[in-house]
Design a protein around this ligand. Structure first.
Ligand SMILES: *[C@@H]1O[C@H](CO)[C@@H](O)[C@H](O)[C@H]1NC(C)=O
Ligand SMILES: CC(=O)N[C@H]1CO[C@H](CO)[C@@H](O)[C@@H]1O
Length: 731
């Protein structure tokens, strides 16, 4: 890098190519949408005529779709892509790299098994970073001895694993992910290290099976005495153990190099105090870590997201340490990527369009959201500091050698920071740390940081930095989307509404971008109406779209073709497959008609004071049957969920309407004329049927345990029969 010096930036930003062409294209779609609106308004059936009610509903739905489409343009209008120069970083700052505190959060030892959590911990301990500057904290909201025990074992294993990784430049550095694809007949250290890993795994699995740890282990580690006063995961003292103290000269790996600091924390829980879920855990971690290592940069990852690139940490620092633009960047968000996805993504869980397209668009308007995992923060902005021009926040490393405190003392003084009462009468959860009182605390925290004047950046290198586990059944997928859309919608109706709270503080584009996500839930109404009413009208012979020969047909055809061609192209361009796109369309329909509907209803009830929203964790381990079907890309329904009743009812209703229409058309022999007036309704109903084929199969044809439960079959058929009777009487 000949020119060196401070002139060359540590990262560069590129705009999307051919963005002007895209904007023209988008504008042409908008013109089409306007024509559709004009058609709807100018052709309203007169009072008393057939289909007036439906017409009004469709007008509402089309107004909504058009409006929502405009919001999605905010995420596409100004896409930017970032590229970092890690070699320049090492050249200039290798000796001054800041302290880095890494938080791994886990909440429940059965849903998130200890082996998974420690694989994540090991992968981040092995980052390519000076070990004395690296500290890893595991926050265990399950307060489980087993997790703590697993961490102790991991600390021992790390003494072999970290030098092994560095010696052979191993990637990825999560042992489970590294060993999985490799045969055991490799030579040398490989056999040894794999045996050590398997031994550790065995010990932990045995403890997990027994549900407790042996007396022998218990007596060996003083830390377990902290469980003496423990009564339940929701009622215990702070449990804190510094498993490895990075400053201790005796903490060495087998090659004699230093080790990162490693801390186990289960903050105090009492039934009478609200624990504020993950936000509460994060805030406790921020305080405890400030007392122990006080790294200037904080990375937080969920326990199912291991690091897939040991250099990602340096990518993030390229943004913070850039001389020119680094000072205004508060956090660097990496995308959420998944290890467990099949080729055609039957549940569309890669979030492909979000991470490959939309977040780049948000980045162009001042920054992506903070999505709660895979995100690097400056410690001081997370703690509430406002942005001010000209102020330089020093990230550079300060040696803390002077302050020698003994480990027991340090543990004692840190414990009080994680107590239930610490936050009383403080700004924690309000102006400091992560915000409380919302199921998607990460989004409002990120928003408020941006509202304080900071920028964020989206770093999405081709080789993914973090890999997690995606849901592997349809109920899990739908539940996850319900939780997200409900949380986002609650933000919109709260005092943190991006529309009001963000006004004048963040750019209009970013405000619209936030709204695009916050308005996921209300999409359910228009989508449900559109997937039911035109089909019923098809059966009744009422036309609600223009005839093929009418000029009004053109905007409909143009918008449909242009929109779907674009969506298809965008999906393929982001690395998806053709079948993957089709699956994505199906999940789009399913989540809009079920997850979003429930989220919408729940939020409305919540606003009226009827129910308290509860945080449901999605299960992350799957049984054998389920995994097999998942690998074969067969949809898994196997649960009696009210969401399925809705999906099945809509699907059956469409099938019934289409069959009824065919019968009419054939017996009356008017099929050609009908085709002329009903083309779009036939198309819509037909597409809904084709997209639902796997669902009909699950209802009637499949025999395995992933088929639709019979209760769902009966309920949905009853609903269809009922609505048919109703519509008969209505006309
Ligand atoms: C994860 O890292 C490996 C290298 O260890 C790389 O081959 C792979 O492509 C990465 N995965 C993703 C999804 O980027
Ligand atoms: C937890 C889980 O479902 N893991 C699966 C991820 O995918 C691989 C292969 O596709 C399976 O072997 C794992 O069991």
């Amino acid at each position: 890098m000949g020119n060196g010096g401070n002139s060359s930036p540590l990262f560069e930003t590129k705009r999307a190519k051919r963005i002007v062409l895209y904007r023209l294209f988008a504008a042409s779609i908008f013109v089409g949408i306007c024509f559709i609106w004009v058609y709807r308004v100018s052709h309203i059936p007169k009072a008393g005529e057939d289909g007036r009610f439906g017409w009004m509903g469709l007008l509402g739905a089309e107004l909504w779709f058009g409006f929502y489409w405009l919001l999605t343009q905010a995420c596409r209008w100004n896409r930017v892509y970032r590229h970092t120069f890690r070699d320049r970083l090492s050249e200039r700052y290798e000796d001054e790299l800041p302290g880095m505190d890494i938080f791994v959060c886990t909440a429940d030892p059965t849903i998130e098994p200890p082996m998974m959590a420690i694989n994540t911990v090991l992968s981040v301990m092995a980052y390519d970073y000076p070990p004395e500057k690296l500290s890893v904290y595991l926050s265990d909201d399950g307060g489980s001895e087993l997790t703590c025990y697993a961490l102790l074992e991991a600390a021992e294993f790390a003494k072999h694993w970290i030098p092994y990784c560095k010696k052979y430049n191993v990637e990825p550095r999560s042992p489970a992910a590294y060993f999985a694809p490799l045969a055991s007949d490799n030579a040398g250290d490989f056999t040894l290290i794999k045996k050590l890993y398997k031994d550790m795994e065995n010990k932990i699995e045995i403890a997990v099976k027994l549900g407790s740890i042996s007396e022998e282990v218990r007596s060996k580690h003083r830390g377990f005495s902290q469980w003496d006063s423990y009564s339940s995961p929701r009622d215990h003292d702070t449990i804190l153990q510094i498993v490895i103290d990075g400053r201790d000269p005796n903490a060495r790996d087998v090659e004699g190099c230093g080790l990162p600091t490693l801390v186990y924390l289960a903050r105090e829980k009492r039934p009478q105090y609200h624990h504020n879920f993950k936000a509460g855990a994060m805030n406790a971690l921020i305080r405890v870590s400030s007392n122990i290592s006080n790294g200037k940069v904080i990375l937080n990852v969920d326990c199912d997201m291991y690091s897939n690139n040991s250099k990602a940490i340096r990518d993030a620092l390229c943004f913070f340490l850039d001389e020119e633009k680094g000072q205004e960047i508060a956090f660097v968000q990496f995308p959420q990527n998944f290890e467990n996805v099949t080729k055609n993504e039957v549940y569309s869980s890669t979030l492909r369009i979000i991470s490959e397209v939309e977040f780049h668009g948000l980045d162009g308007y001042g920054g992506p959201f903070y999505i709660g995992t895979g995100c690097f923060h400056r410690r001081d902005t997370l703690c509430g500091r406002k942005f001010s021009k000209g102020y330089k926040s020093e990230l550079k490393w300060e040696n803390r050698k002077g302050e020698e405190t003994s480990i027991p003392k340090l543990e004692e003084s840190s414990k009080s920071l994680a107590s239930c009462t610490f936050e009383e009468n403080t700004q924690w959860g309000k102006e400091m740390g992560l915000k409380y009182g919302c199921p998607v605390e990460d989004i409002i925290t990120g928003l408020s940081i941006q509202c304080r004047g900071w920028k964020s950046v989206y770093c999405n290198p081709p080789r993914k930095a973090f890999l997690g586990l995606a849901p592997t059944t349809l109920p899990q997928t739908l539940l996850q989307h319900k939780r997200w859309s409900e949380g986002d919608f609650q933000i919109l109706v709260s005092k943190y509404s991006p529309a009001l709270y963000g006004h004048g503080k963040i750019s209009l584009g970013l405000q619209l971008g936030y709204c695009c996500y916050c308005l996921w839930a209300p999409n359910c109404l228009a989508t449900l109406f559109y997937s039911i009413l035109p089909s019923i009208y098809l059966l009744r012979g009422i036309s609600v779209f223009p005839q093929i020969s009418s000029p009004w047909f053109i905007p409909f055809a143009y918008v449909i073709i242009a929109k779907y061609t674009w969506s298809f192209g965008e999906f393929l361009w982001s690395g998806g497959t053709i079948l993957g796109w089709w699956n994505d369309q199906r999940i789009w329909l399913y989540k809009r008609t079920s997850s979003y509907l429930f989220a919408f209803i729940d939020t409305i009830l919540y606003c009226l004071g009827y129910s308290d929203s509860a945080f449901v964790i999605t299960a992350k381990v799957a049984d054998e049957d389920v995994s097999q079907r998942y690998e074969k890309e067969i949809m898994d329904f196997g649960a009696s969920s009210p969401m399925f009743v809705i999906l099945a009812t809509v699907a059956l209703l469409n099938l019934y309407c289409f069959a009824g229409f065919l019968k009419e058309a054939i017996t009356r022999k008017g099929i050609v004329g009908v085709y002329e007036t009903m083309a779009l309704q036939i198309l819509l109903c037909g597409v809904l049927i084709v997209i639902n084929l796997p669902l009909y199969q699950a209802l009637y044809l499949r025999k395995d345990s992933g088929k639709m439960p019979s209760s769902v079959v009966f309920k949905s058929m009853a609903f269809v029969a009922f609505s048919c009777v109703c519509t008969k009487f209505l006309y």
